[in-house]
Design a protein around this ligand. Sequence first.
Ligand SMILES: Nc1ncnc2c1ncn2[C@@H]1O[C@H](COP(=O)(O)OP(=O)(O)OP(=O)(O)O)[C@@H](O)[C@H]1O
Ligand SMILES: [Mg+2]
Length: 621
Amino acid sequence: MSFRTKLLLVVLLTIFASVSVVAYAVTYYTRSSFEAMDAQRTEALVAQFKKEFVQSGAELSHQVKNISDAGVTDRMAIDLSHANADASLYARDAFGAAQEHGLNYVEMVNSDGILISSVQNPSRVGQRVDWVTSVKNWNDTDAFLKKEELPDGVALSLTVVRTNDTVADKSLYIIGGQRVDQNFLASLVLPAGMRALIYTNLDQGFVSRSLLGEKIDSDQAERFAPLVEQLQKQPQPLVRTIEWSNDPVDAETFHAIPLTGRNNELLGIFFVGSARRELVQLTREILKSAGAVAAAALLVGLIVSFWISARITRPVEKLAEGAREVAIGRWDTRIEVRGSDEVGQLAIAFNDMTRTLASQKERLLQTERVAAWRELARRLAHELRHPLFPMQITIENLQKARRLDAKQFLEVFNESTATLKAELANLNTIVSRFSDFSKMPAPKFVRVNVNEVLRNAVRLFEPQFNAVGKPTITQEPFLTEPLPEIDADPDLLHRAFQNLVLNAMDAMPAGGMLTLRTAEHDGNVRIEVADTGKGLTPEECSRLFTPYYTTKQMGTGLGLAIIQSVVSDHHGSISVTSEEGRGTTFRIDLPQRQAGPRVKPREPAPESKKDTPSTLAAASD
Ligand SMILES: Nc1ncnc2c1ncn2[C@@H]1O[C@H](COP(=O)(O)OP(=O)(O)OP(=O)(O)O)[C@@H](O)[C@H]1O
Ligand SMILES: [Mg+2]
């Protein structure tokens, strides 16, 4: 992934993450405050409902007390206290009292608990109403909720009982009630988005028409069934959200408050509903704004990161290009410096580095060249001294021989000329060796199977590996098959491999193991020739490839120089690893393809015509 893409991703992710966090936090706090506000409003509404309840109860108590305190009621109590009193005379009194005091329900019960008069259910007159007589101090009792039996069903009422005690021990009970229904809710002041409902729990299970309130149809009412059923099981306040449609905007949260009678039986449920619309819309607005902010921020981030990446990556790309140029050998590469920031500093440092590298390389080259010439000169002097010294002696002898007689002089002369000729021939050999090396032929590339060339080169030495009376050299080939063919000159490769094997043999005078390896490596073909011979010191390793460097009595020191020249002409590389006393490994990497023309592959030369180790040794001598 490029730096530009990474930077872009980081910026985008950061923006996205921060906008998400802010949006989440705002939504969270908005929701919390909304819920707190909602709870407050609900609480206020419930308090208002309770107050209303208490007020209605107080009003009702007052009215019922008025009925019980009225003179007509006193007379009724006195009349009814007589043993032979005719209760039916008072059967309509409750109607008058109800009308006069504006009450929905009024009933009158004598001291024996017999119903004398009833507004809500006249047919029950004459029946016993035991629950009234079971309480002694009705006058101190507040209003309570009661299930009212009507001829056509049941109703919920707020009820107060008061007694007329004009006749001692013969109390007349006055039961007054006000219907609790939708009208009761009308008095509540509802804040916007809130509504109040009442469920009268007078039947078994859930009955949808018992849910009273504004704008509630039977379909909607049905949704309250689980709530009501739960409260019927356990009359405790609870909160539920009802989703009216798939859109969360239509959800409504209901707080249910159970309304119980004198014996704690559930008689009704007060519901306070609060619409979620405002919250959901607000949340959507916040998310929409967050989305817009995020989009804008992302756009700005995109532009900024493009700008930053252009400011950083372009110079970095230039630096990378410069480094690549240096890698392919253009040491004088320079980068245009702009600005004095870190990237500018980097460019300056790069330019300094290439300048230093170029001058160091030049110095190194010069040092190497001088060292090579010194080695060459030393070797040349050494080689030339051998024939020159006898020649000088011979000439001096010849000069001295002038004083001898003619016969003796002729003898010395013949001897001297023979010596001079021999030494001149020696000189000639030395010169031709130099000229041979300088005239290494240019490679003629054909498609070559390296394994085959290596096998052929080693095969020539096999008789010597197992020669009788000589320590044995075992051969261990690890040749990868199939190995890709490469563009190479088989003759030159053959010669190079032979020199490597010869060196390995020389390094193992007491026998050992010769390991041959070929493999494909990084798109190149790698050849390794390893021996278990005497090895090399690091100092020796560094001098190996210098022409005429040898440690052998009869060596020319040209073997490795020739190998290096062949490898270099094939655009490959050669390296050596060695451990003194344990062995040496030469490693050659050759590219599979060579630029330029390839010649037609030749028929492989018959084995007998190839160089034998002795002829090769002679050739390189
Ligand atoms: N496998 C090896 N193990 C130890 N030393 C080696 C090995 N190969 C080369 N050398 C050292 O490197 C020197 C140079 O080797 P190079 O092949 O160039 O010349 P040479 O072998 O001495 O002479 P020539 O190749 O003409 O016989 C050798 O004299 C030897 O000291
Ligand atoms: Mg050699």
